[in-house]
Structure formats: structure tokens, C-alpha cells
Design a protein around this ligand. Structure first.
Ligand code: SF4
Length: 528
């Protein structure tokens, strides 16, 4: 397993576009002790034990060394009852990858005897599992830390941890050390399995413990997970090697590492046995799955073909990169069965020039050709996307190319964003010459178009029959149930609560922009 050396040198320069300089003045930091690769500093009256700190240069490095897979994880014996009679609360920000990491942390904590609570006021341990993808996600976390400070003052025994992608950022860790040192633990995305030891160190030392590995670790297979509900996420790979110029993920999640197919298949089979109805295979770029195997020719298409044979009603996947979306995958998805026809295929921009600046490694034409191939082989495919407006230098014509691509593809939905620079990424150093008013106006035009297309696509479903996995009561009407179709459409219809968790055939009778309504006509077969 990879070991990280401690990093005794606090960093004094922020780098990137953001002014973090106020959080880099460590001139009054004193070294209290140095042992076993851990250094304890005293900073502004707080002892801070640094096991390892984030380092972008390391995070960016892509070495050739093989990734080992470990199957022997266990909670250290002395920590097995540590959480007895204690409660934990985890707040999760960001993507499904984070949600899934939270499931792992819950699994670890519950094996330590902790129980979960929804009420933060009664928690003995609170973790913020953070997201770094956009600046406003970070602002939310710092706002939250402000609230938690009051709670910590009222309840000094409360343990507070910050983890997830933000912890992988140098500037964020320094800011917490300087301004929010009431936090007890900061750890990153690569050492979640170390949570029991980190709790132990923070509790016994009463110091703020910082342990963020910048270099990804090996794959640890048998970490406990606490899954709830009828849908489960399964990580098939970690990290990303694409380095799109606006994106922080390759720095925070490390290099691409695929789990062995036999481990993924065994996990999905076990989830099927436990009665889960829907599995989403997760990765930052699932289409790159298997490319890192040196002893095996096995692609994401092969994995999906094996998933098709497992007796589980639905299989989804997130997220695709158009560049790696190959013919083998299209051929397998076209076989249908339990494989969802929903394909999330982020385009980001419709302009080849902007795509080049983003380093997306495909052109507008290549993307449209891929969409045509998908539509030809999978006629009922439902396409959704992620789109950024106002990337540095984006002209009106280039933005209009995005609008025309969106119209040509006819997306059912898209997550749209105004570009915001992330510290440490190449795009943060580009001249951002698009005024905010222009970006906002472009976003509005794009959203209007997507609404129009979504409504049109939904209208075309009137009278059709869809199979819905009933997830619960509708949020706004207790008499209605809601669920998702295989194509990921939100469907509302009347029915008793006993139907929750089952599949129903629903005839579409009414459509709105973001959801459809219908009448249940029959129970649907649970397994294809
Ligand atoms: S492929 Fe996705 S995760 Fe990877 S760098 Fe690009 S946007 Fe980020």
C-alpha cells in the first residue's frame, strides 16, 4: 500500500488565481515535535499534527507504478467499540462519488459502534464531505464551519472533520488551519480507510490532525459500506487522467485506477441478492474503465455486457467522456435488457475552438457523429449533458454553436454552469474576458432552450407506457407516488404506499417540463 511521507514544510505561497495569501502567513508557527513522520506545530494557540498535506504537483503526477488491490481491510481492534453509545452525522456535498464515499465512511463508523443521527446537535462526530468542483460549493462549506464553531463551543467533546475533494486543495487546508482550527481532522479522498486511526489520533492528541495524501493509494476492496434504499452505487474506477483545463478532479482524485472486473461483478451480484433494484456504476470517466489493466483486455463495454447477465432490474452508469465512448459500448447498450437507455454525455461546449481550450480532446463534429451513432443503434436513447457557458474567451458565435449543438442533439436535460475558475487549474490562468452580465444572459438563453427541448421530449411521450421504479411519495402531494423510468424520467402517479420499492407500468397522461404524470395500469416484472 502506498505510504505518504509527512510534509513538515508549511506552504507559504498560494499559486493559482485566488488570493489565499491571508491564509499563508505561518510566520508564528512553532514546531512542537517531530516523530514517526508526523510533525506537530503550534499555530495561533492550536496544536496541529500534520501527517501529510495536499500538494498539487504530486496530485498531478502520473506514475507508471502498478496499483495493488488489497482485500484484507479490518478496523483496528482497539477502535472496534470506540463509537459505542456515540452518534455521528455526515453532511455530503457534490456528486455521487462523494455520496458513495459517505456510504463507506458510514460503514466504517458503524463498524466502530457509532450510530447515525439526523440531528447535528446531538452528534458526537460531524463530518463534512466536501466538493471542490465549483467555488460556491466551497463557500457553503466555509459558511457551515462558521455555524459548527458555535456548536463546538457549546459541546467541546464534539469531533469535527472535513474531508472530500476540498481537503485535497492546498489553499483550503491552510485556510482551515489558520481560521477554523477548532476542526479536529482534515483528511482527503485517498485515505478514507484511515478514518478509524485518524479519529483515534485526534481524540487522544486533542490536536487538529491533517492527513491528506496527494498521491492516490492502492485499491482497497473490502471496505464496509452502509447502503440504504433500493438503489446502490458501485465504484468501478477511481480518478481521472483527462485533465480538462477547468477541472480540479484529476488533482483531487488521482490517476485512473480500475477495480478488477471480478470484484465489481461480485459486488453487484451481492447487491442483487440483497434486493437492490437499481445499480449505478460510478467513475469520473467510466469509458476509460480497464485501460489501466496491463494483464487484461477488458473494456467498459465488456463490463456492461457482464452486468446485463446479472439478475438485477436496472443498471445505470455515470459519467461518460465522449472521447472514450467506443463502438463496443454502443453495441452492448443496444442490447437493452436491464441496461438503461439514459446516457449522460457531457459536451461542455458546442464550439471546437472552446473544446480545444478546455482540452476536451474531441471536436464538435466528432461529438455529433458519436450522438448519431448512438441514436442509430439505440433509437430510444435519452441523452443528457453538462454544459459550461462563459469559458474564458468564449465569443457570441462560439456560444451560438453551443445552442445549435444542443438543438441538434435534442437533450432531455442538461446541467448548465457559468464558468468559475478553480485554483490550481490551467484555465484559472487564462484571461477571463467574458463579463458576468454576458455569462448570465447566455446561461439564461441556454436554460430556456433546454427547457423547451425537455418539454418537447416529454410531450412526445404522451400515451406511452413506461416502467417506473417507485421511490416514494411525491414531495408536494402525499397522495401521489413518484419514481423514475428506465430513461431516468421523473414520473408521478397515484397509488398506495405499499407500491414503494416495486416496479409499475404507467401510462403517460400529462407532461410538464421536468416531469411526467400518468396512471398505473399494472405491476411490472421486477427482473428483466
Ligand atoms: S473528464 Fe471529467 S473529471 Fe476528468 S478532467 Fe475532464 S471534467 Fe474533470
Amino acid at each position: 500500500m502506498m505510504k505518504e511521507n509527512s510534509s513538515p514544510n508549511l506552504k507559504f505561497g498560494p499559486g493559482g488565481s485566488k488570493d489565499y495569501s491571508q491564509y499563508f502567513n505561518f510566520s508564528d508557527a512553532k514546531v512542537i515535535s517531530e516523530e514517526e513522520g508526523k510533525t506537530t506545530y503550534r499555530i495561533k494557540g492550536r496544536n496541529i499534527q500534520i501527517n501529510s498535506q495536499p500538494d498539487y504537483k504530486e496530485g498531478k503526477r502520473r506514475g507508471k507504478e502498478d496499483i495493488e488491490v488489497h482485500y484484507g481491510f479490518e478496523i483496528p481492534e482497539e477502535m472496534r467499540d470506540f463509537g459505542k453509545d456515540k452518534l455521528y452525522h455526515i453532511t455530503t456535498y457534490g456528486c455521487q462519488m462523494n455520496e458513495h464515499d459517505t456510504e463507506t465512511m458510514k460503514g466504517l463508523l458503524e463498524q466502530m459502534g457509532y450510530h447515525s443521527t439526523e440531528d447535528r446537535n446531538e452528534a458526537d462526530l460531524i463530518l463534512l464531505n466536501t466538493c471542490a468542483i465549483r467555488e460556491n460549493a466551497e463557500d457553503k462549506v466555509f459558511g457551515e464551519l462558521g455555524h459548527l464553531k458555535t456548536l463546538k463551543l457549546e459541546k467541546p467533546g464534539l469531533m469535527l472533520g472535513v474531508c472530500g475533494c476540498m481537503s485535497q486543495e492546498e489553499g483550503v487546508v491552510n485556510r482551515i488551519m489558520m481560521k477554523h482550527s477548532f476542526v479536529d481532522m482534515i483528511f482527503g479522498t485517498h485515505n478514507i480507510h484511515r478514518l478509524p486511526q485518524l479519529i483515534q489520533e485526534a481524540v487522544f492528541s486533542k490536536e487538529l490532525v491533517v492527513e491528506v495524501w496527494s498521491k492516490e493509494g492502492d485499491i482497497i476492496e473490502n471496505l464496509p459500506k452502509k447502503r440504504e434504499g433500493m438503489r446502490a452505487w458501485v465504484n468501478i474506477m477511481y480518478g481521472c487522467d483527462k485533465f480538462c483545463t477547468y477541472c480540479i478532479v484529476p488533482f483531487t482524485r488521482g490517476k485512473e485506477r480500475s477495480r478488477r472486473p471480478e470484484d465489481v461483478i461480485a459486488e453487484v451480484r451481492e447487491l442483487a441478492r440483497q434486493g437492490f433494484k437499481e445499480i449505478t456504476l460510478l467513475g469520473q470517466n467510466v469509458n476509460a474503465y480497464g485501460k489501466d489493466f496491463s494483464d487484461l483486455e477488458y473494456t467498459f463495454g465488456d463490463l456492461m455486457d457482464d452486468m446485463r447477465r446479472i439478475d438485477i432490474p436496472r443498471i445505470r452508469f455515470m459519467t461518460s467522456h465522449p472521447r472514450d465512448f467506443d463502438d463496443r459500448l454502443i453495441e452492448v447498450l443496444a442490447k437493452g435488457g436491464n441496461l438503461s437507455e439514459h446516457i449522460h454525455l457531457p459536451v461542455q461546449s458546442g464550439s471546437t475552438a472552446v473544446l480545444k481550450k478546455m482540452s476536451r480532446k474531441y471536436t464538435r463534429e466528432a461529438y455529433l457523429e458519436l450522438v448519431s451513432k448512438i441514436k442509430a443503434s439505440i433509437p430510444n436513447a435519452v441523452l443528457t449533458s453538462d454544459i459550461i457557458v462563459g469559458f474564458p474567451g468564449e465569443t457570441e458565435e462560439q456560444f451560438e454553436e453551443t445552442l445549435s449543438l444542443v438543438r441538434e442533439v435534442g437533450y432531455d436535460m442538461a446541467y448548465t454552469f457559468i464558468y468559475s475558475p478553480r485554483e490550481g487549474t490551467p484555465a484559472a490562468g487564462m484571461e477571463d474576458n467574458v463579463p458576468m452580465a454576458v455569462k448570465s444572459e447566455r446561461l439564461q438563453r441556454l436554460n430556456d432552450l433546454i427547457k423547451e427541448l425537455s418539454r418537447k421530449n416529454n410531450d412526445s411521450m404522451l400515451g406511452q407506457m413506461v416502467e417506473v421504479l417507485v421511490e416514494g411519495e411525491s414531495k408536494n402531494n402525499a397522495h401521489m407516488l413518484s419514481g423514475r423510468s428506465s430513461a431516468n424520467k421523473l414520473v408521478h402517479f397515484e397509488g398506495p404506499q405499499e407500491w414503494i420499492g416495486s416496479f409499475r407500468k404507467v401510462r403517460i397522461t400529462d407532461t410538464k417540463t421536468w416531469y411526467i404524470k400518468g396512471d398505473c395500469v399494472a405491476e411490472a416484472a421486477a427482473v428483466h
